[in-house]
Ligand binder design. Structure first.
Ligand SMILES: *Cc1c(COP(=O)(O)O)cnc(C)c1O
Length: 949
């Protein structure tokens, strides 16, 4: 065994297992399997041109060297990003802990109570600090959250407003520039008219349906918006506010002056800057909008025994599931970061948060006093943490940069300075010194912090927040460490067993890929620093783009989108810009197969396209006759086809080139959903099948962990004709020559997370990547053969092979009274997370083992599935008291003094010998979704209240 070859650590199957596996699936060798799986005409003829693989040790040395090219300045740039302090106990026990970062979105609530509780904490913090009724469990960044507010309020306009086509949305000029750019992107396709201006001069014209304000303003000025909001209300103009979460510990909550939505980022709650992300944004609103709110909401419900339990609430209203009726496409969000931010609040509690906010405020005030003593004019009459200094910028900038300090240079005569949790008295002194030196004056010694407040009493918060027990219990490190562990133990993640979620590609997230994320030379870089300070990042990002171009066969990549769905939207927007550039802006039809992921139609609608659904035939392939009919019928206006390849049915459709050609012949572009890229890398690629653009889920194929539902990175890779339109950023130049406006707030999206995929590609190299794909296909086909006779595989390729995943039909078990959910829950008793349930076909499961699993684990999973099949056969339709219907079985059930089930405790909890050795206990019995949706509770406090009731 070559211990310095990463591929042999990433891939779970040993050389010596190959023969047994190949024999099981009845092929001579891997080549034959691939030959029978991927149509010959789309196979790559040459190996990918990638660097030779690095060893893990070599990669760590390399990434350390690269990090030294990043200059870590003290950045007081602000604009929604602030240096902060990640408590070490959170960094070590969550960020660096696979128990947290390898978990999946908590669809299987019974084995996800830990992160559900952590997310409920997050929602509670947000709800309390904003003074709203309801908050979701994170969005991608502040700017997209603001765009979601704009579109949600558009969607909930009054009947009169809809009738009168009230389309205007007011945006205060105090709103962050990256947010304005994003609002432009998102408003145009929907026909929303943005009007940007001074809120003090807004005339409350009834042509407006909504408005967005920034609290405090982009250069720190604090405004009292109470009058604005009450006037807006009189005209039925809904108001959203983008607020700084930390300032809300001291300032009147926007909910208290009557706003409809509050958005923002929780980055400064202990999340590293990471050159732009990932960070968790929040979205808080009124209960009245609970069915319109984008993203996921965690809610309280009860389990079979009536005990309190958590789960994702109102699932059927989850935006992307509404398909072309959706107003948002959000799927992956920022769960891991929300968990961390929520835990920051748990650790500090309301008193700690207030202390931090007061200290930050006092630091700003102290700095203002000293700069004023130097004779400078500070323009913010009321502020929280940001000063606006009138001075000749050119005088200050070189002195500051020479000392490793960044300010925000607003214009030639204005500098904004944002201080933060990490700003010490020494730092304040350094800033004062810089100004003194630049102005040729003697500096003034900074002796201590001012304690008076620099904002008017009308803005002073009087309402309490975070009174719940959870925020007032865990303030010592021992207590928090144990609380985090207590939650972690309730969650099944990849550090326990295989999570074979089809379409989601739950592969290894290697420790070596993750380590650099903890280093301050990667973590502590503000996204808007001059690019020459981020040379390490620039090299890494460019290399990653180059490698992704090579892997997809395309000409350009944008790393900006923060999720797969955001990539879809970005890709469709480049297609839209391309058509417009050729005076074919009328092309607005997007054809999407019925089997597509719900985000596809949702993204198309957001891009202003009209969705036309095309059928799939009984073999699961796109129905060519139906497709051709639709293409011909819409030839004039055809904008794009969105196609997943290999299909969501787990098959490489052999007619794919015919399909893409047909679209091109009619003037359309082909968008390939790259969620299934794990079946392609090194063997075929989107360019070869004839696509023009694809997104990649770096959090699926390229080893970024799912984090319990985010972060994600969803870059788009595009053919040459689309390169000019790759998205830009209003502050740092990026994207194509004719860049569309921003898709995400940060120029390169979640740069910090890109390190993971960079490491993955650099350590595997061409051979390792290709071999990973081959083994992913081998593992899927191995499972398919082992389950043969127990389960029917719905779709296969022409030669009977699955791709990297397969769908098992569970509908026939209805004759035994067994639903697919029963199988999913029973798998928990066997120590497994269910595969994907009911996507893309209702009543089925979709299994994707990935290359990282070893043979013994595949066998354990197959043994469990086969044993469950036996249990299904034994079940009687008219008697629901069976081991499947009662699953999952908790520890308290099987240790209870009373046991009146018609099967043994052993069969319930230890159905196979391997289970006893490594038992995972679901922490609650089956959760009652409907009950929770009828009694919606999405914050912590009522948990106790509920338990008492
Ligand atoms: C995961 C997935 C998406 C959406 O990706 P997110 O990162 O969750 O937004 C889109 N299409 C398919 C087929 C997927 O599996």
């Amino acid at each position: 065994m070559k211990t310095d070859v990463f591929a042999s650590r990433h891939i779970g199957i040993r050389e010596e297992d190959h023969r047994h596996m190949l024999e099981t699936i009845e092929v001579e060798n891997l080549e034959q399997l691939i030959y029978e799986t991927i149509p010959e005409e789309i196979r790559l003829k040459k190996p990918l041109r990638l660097d030779a693989p690095m060893s893990e040790h070599g990669f760590l040395e390399h990434i350390q060297e690269l990090s030294e090219k990043n200059k870590v300045f003290k950045s007081y740039i602000g604009l929604g990003y602030h240096e902060c302090i990640t408590p070490s106990v959170i960094k070590r026990n969550i960020l660096e802990n696979p128990g947290w970062y390898t978990a999946y979105t908590p669809y299987q609530a019974e084995i996800a109570q830990g992160r559900l509780e952590a997310l409920l904490n997050f929602q509670t913090v947000v709800t309390d600090l904003t003074g709203m009724e309801l908050a979701n469990a994170s969005l991608l960044d502040e700017s997209t959250a603001a765009a979601e507010a704009m579109t949600m309020l558009f969607d909930v306009r009054s009947r009169d407003q809809k009738k009168n086509e009230v389309l205007k949305f007011f945006v205060s000029e105090e709103v962050l520039p990256q947010t304005v750019s994003l609002l432009k992107t998102r408003s145009t396709p929907l026909g929303i008219e943005l009007v940007i201006g001074d809120h003090t001069e807004f005339d409350f014209d009834t042509d407006f349906y909504g408005a967005l304000l920034q609290y405090p303003g982009k250069q720190g000025q604090l405004f009292d918006y109470a009058d604005f909001v009450s006037k807006a209300k009189e005209r039925d103009i809904k108001v959203a506010v983008a607020a700084d979460i930390l300032s809300l510990a001291l300032l009147t909550a926007p909910g208290e002056f009557g706003v409809d939505v509050v958005v923002g980022t929780t980055q400064r709650f202990g999340i590293p800057l990471g050159y732009g992300g990932p960070h968790a944004a929040f979205f808080a609103t009124k209960e009245a909008y609970k069915r319109n709110i984008p993203g996921r909401i965690i809610g309280v419900t009860r389990d079979t025994d009536g005990n309190p339990a958590l789960r994702m609430a109102l699932q059927t209203r989850e935006q992307h599931i509404k398909r072309d009726k959706a107003t948002s496409n959000i799927c992956t969000a920022q769960v891991l970061l929300a968990v961390m931010a929520g835990m920051y609040a748990v650790y500090h509690g309301p008193k700690g948060l207030k202390y931090i906010a007061e200290k930050v405020h006092a630091t700003a005030h102290t700095l203002a006093d000293h700069l004023e003593k130097l004779g400078l004019y500070q323009g913010n009459t009321s502020y929280f943490d940001t000063l606006s200094i009138k001075v000749d910028t050119q005088l200050i900038k070189p002195v500051a940069e020479a000392r490793g300090v960044n300010f925000l240079y607003v214009d030639e005569a204005t500098i904004a300075i944002s201080v933060n949790e990490a700003t010490s008295l020494k730092d304040v002194q350094q800033i004062v010194d810089i100004f003194a030196i630049a102005l040729g004056k003697e500096t003034i010694e900074v002796k201590g912090l001012t304690t008076v407040s620099a904002f008017s009493t009308s803005l002073r918060r009087t309402s309490p927040y975070m009174q719940n027990k959870v925020f007032n219990s865990y303030h010592s490190e021992t207590e928090l460490m144990r609380y985090i562990k207590k939650l972690e133990r309730k969650d099944l993640a990849l550090n326990h067993s295989m999570i074979s979620l089809g379409s989601c590609t739950m592969k290894l997230n290697a420790a070596t890929e993750m380590l650099p994320l903890s280093w301050s030379r990667w973590g502590n870089i503000h996204p808007f620093v001059p690019v020459d300070q981020a040379e390490g990042y620039q090299i890494m990002l460019r290399e990653l783009e180059k490698d992704l171009n090579e892997i997809t066969g395309f000409a350009g990549t944008s790393l900006q989108p923060n999720s797969g769905a955001q990539g879809e939207y970005a890709g469709l927007m480049t297609i839209r810009a391309y058509h417009e550039s050729r005076n074919e802006g009328h092309r607005n039809i997007c054809i999407i197969p019925a089997s597509a992921h719900g985000t596809n139609p949702a993204s198309a609608v957001m891009a202003g396209m009209q969705v036309v659904v095309t059928k799939t035939d009984e073999k699961g392939n796109i129905d060519l006759v139906d497709l051709e009919e639709k293409v011909v019928a819409h030839s004039e206006n055809l904008a794009a086809l969105m196609v997943t390849y290999p299909s969501t049915h787990g098959v490489f459709e052999s007619s794919i080139k015919k399909i893409t050609q047909l679209i091109h012949d009619h003037g359309g572009q082909v968008y390939m959903d790259g969620a299934n890229m794990n079946a392609q890398v090194g063997l075929t690629n989107p360019a070869t099948i004839g696509a023009d653009v694809c997104h990649l889920n770096l959090h699926k194929t390229f080893a970024i962990p799912h984090g319990g539902g985010g972060p994600g990175v969803g870059p788009i890779c595009v053919a040459p004709q689309l390169v000019p339109f790759l998205p830009g950023n209003p502050i740092v130049k990026t994207g194509g020559e004719k860049a569309i406006t921003a898709i995400s707030a940060a120029p390169w999206g979640s740069s910090l997370a890109c390190l993971i995929s960079y490491g993955y590609i650099k350590m595997l190299g061409e051979e390792g990547l290709r071999h990973s794909t081959e083994i992913a296909i081998l593992n899927a086909n191995y499972i398919k053969h082992r389950l043969h006779g127990s389960y029917e595989v719905l779709y296969t390729g022409e030669k009977g092979r699955a791709a990297h995943e397969m769908i098992l039909d569970c509908r026939p078990f209805k004759q035994h009274g067994i639903e697919v959910t029963d199988i999913a829950k029973r798998l928990m008793d066997y120590g497994f997370h269910a595969p994907t349930v009911s996507f893309p076909v209702a009543g089925t499961v979709m299994i994707e083992p990935t290359e990282s699993e070893n043979l013994a684990e595949l066998d354990r999973f197959c043994d469990a599935m086969i044993a469950i099949r036996g249990e299904i056969d034994a079940a009687e339709a008219d008697d629901a008291n069976n081991v499947l219907k009662n699953s999952p079985h908790t520890l308290s059930m099987v240790t209870s003094d009373s046991w009146d089930f018609p099967y043994s405790r052993e069969k319930a909890a230890f159905p196979l010998p391997y289970v006893a050795e490594n038992k995972f206990w679901p922490s609650v019995r089956r959760v009652d979704d409907a009950y929770g949706d009828r009694n919606l509770i999405c914050t912590c406090a009522p948990i106790e209240a509920y338990a008492e009731a």
